[in-house]
Design a protein around this ligand. Sequence first.
Ligand code: SAH
Length: 341
Amino acid sequence: MKLFNENYYDDETLKRWIEDDSLTDELNQKADKIRKEIYGDKVYVRGLIEFSNYCKNDCYYCGIRHSNKNVERYRLSKDQILECADLGYRLGYRTFVMQGGDDPFYNDDLMVDIISSIKKNHPDVAITLSMGEKSKESYKKFYDAGADRYLLRQETSDLEHYRKLHPENMILENRHKALFDLKEIGFQVGGGFMVDSPYQTTENIIKDLRFLEKLKPDMIGIGPFLTQKDTPFKDFHNGDFRKTLRLISILRILFPYALIPATTALGTINNLGREMGLKAGANVLMPNLSPTEVRENYQLYDNKICTGDEAAECKSCLENRVRNAGYEIVVDRGDVILRNN
Ligand code: SAH
């Protein structure tokens, strides 16, 4: 079996795969076969804790951007976060993903305290962070406190495209550098992008794939861009569902070992989106563990699913979906099979 980076495809092939809808089934099947050779039928679950919707950034696509005055802002306290982790642990989860806006309230000391407390209570869990760009020193502190993984989608790898998605004070180079910093420190790292984000071209996507080939991430998260009514991009269309499925397959073909989620955005755009994502090559699901009363307020995009459910409901719903799609749930840490350097 060929593993990382031996699977080179030229730009012309990638362009055809990305653009040609009639190739969707074929690509999905090819990817499913590769994933089965490496990961079998296993689907890894990670409990998602959306711990803050405050954000200092103003990304034009995102519903919790700083300038959106229609968001009811919340922050989970250390104790609330630990309660989420305890509940998740009781439900069987052994990985927690702490995701939030870029919120300076959670300074290094507080994060170190939260991370080490979760690890003290549950030494056998993996902790994933997804809280934006920080200095290398901060990342190192989080790692030393016990954080294992970090998700930071690069969003795009094209300078001009980046400028169309973000205000002036945000810099693409910093985002890319942060990913390499994380990797150097020892984190398992996840990159990714939105499919059909405004102004995105096929060439932009190919650049993203080439960037990922350089980064060699352990995890890659993609989902369709979805409109949010209070953002500057409110008049843009949702991303294309089948194109997203093709891109999941392309990622599996290019990065056979990677942990690739069937994202909530995919489940939002199509009721069976996550199941179809699994069949297209994805092998991770991230059920929501956030307290029900705050979920409504973590709306990166409109009509987000699972905002009304309890954690236990999310778990059993997803388990049924996975089983119906013909896969097997795994609740252990679910580390990437091949670490790459
Ligand atoms: N603040 C963290 C977490 C961001 S939210 C960070 O900076 O990394 C996680 C991801 O949601 C983002 O990286 C983005 O790719 C995605 N997202 C944001 N707005 C979205 C939208 N309108 N539609 C689909 N995905 C969106």
